[in-house]
Design a protein around this ligand. Sequence first.
Ligand SMILES: Cc1cc2nc3c(=O)[nH]c(=O)nc-3n(C[C@H](O)[C@H](O)[C@H](O)COP(=O)(O)O)c2cc1C
Length: 189
Amino acid sequence: MNFLEEAVTRARRALLAAPPTSQWVQVATLGPEGAARVRTVVLHEIGDDGTLSIATDDASEKVRALRQDPRAEVLLLSREHLEQWRFSVRFEIVDAKAPEQDERRALWKRMPPREKGYYVSPPAGRDRSSYPASAFHAEAHEPEPVERFVFLRGVPHAIDLLDVSRTPHDRFIYSGGADGPWSRRAVTP
Ligand SMILES: Cc1cc2nc3c(=O)[nH]c(=O)nc-3n(C[C@H](O)[C@H](O)[C@H](O)COP(=O)(O)O)c2cc1C
């Protein structure tokens, strides 16, 4: 097993330990003035190549930030396995105009109607009083992705695992990417 495969296998175990709560991760981006911004999202999948699949709204602040600077960190805390996984990624924004429509459609189709409801309701952070209650939808059942739906594809170049389930704690930094081989370094926790 190579190092990327090792990290992916183990991170998936953490991700799927107690869905959906084990899939709630934090994504940190850089705001327009260089200040950090962090928020919770659902991490739908970790691909064999370590790619992180996240669904979001084209009208959101995070997409605006990522169009300016695609560097980000995704933090997965496993309460079940007592592990912290920090993924350093570059996000590719697969919006309605991107060529990768098969991947975008596949993610839309696997999302539950409740999660899709977000994309047919007013975007986050707007003045609530300017929308009638009827503008907010608990569910959406559109068979095809709606315009605002964006698939964020996070391509990792480093994965930092801190395992606090044992003492002394273990910490490994996996790094690689851009088609090169991945390495693993043990570091102090
Ligand atoms: C449990 C939970 C899950 C969430 N999942 C998502 C998600 O998958 N995608 C998303 O865009 N926002 C999700 N949100 C909302 C975000 O945290 C955030 O409020 C919203 O995306 C707007 O963020 P932004 O203004 O930084 O772009 C979730 C929030 C919570 C509390």
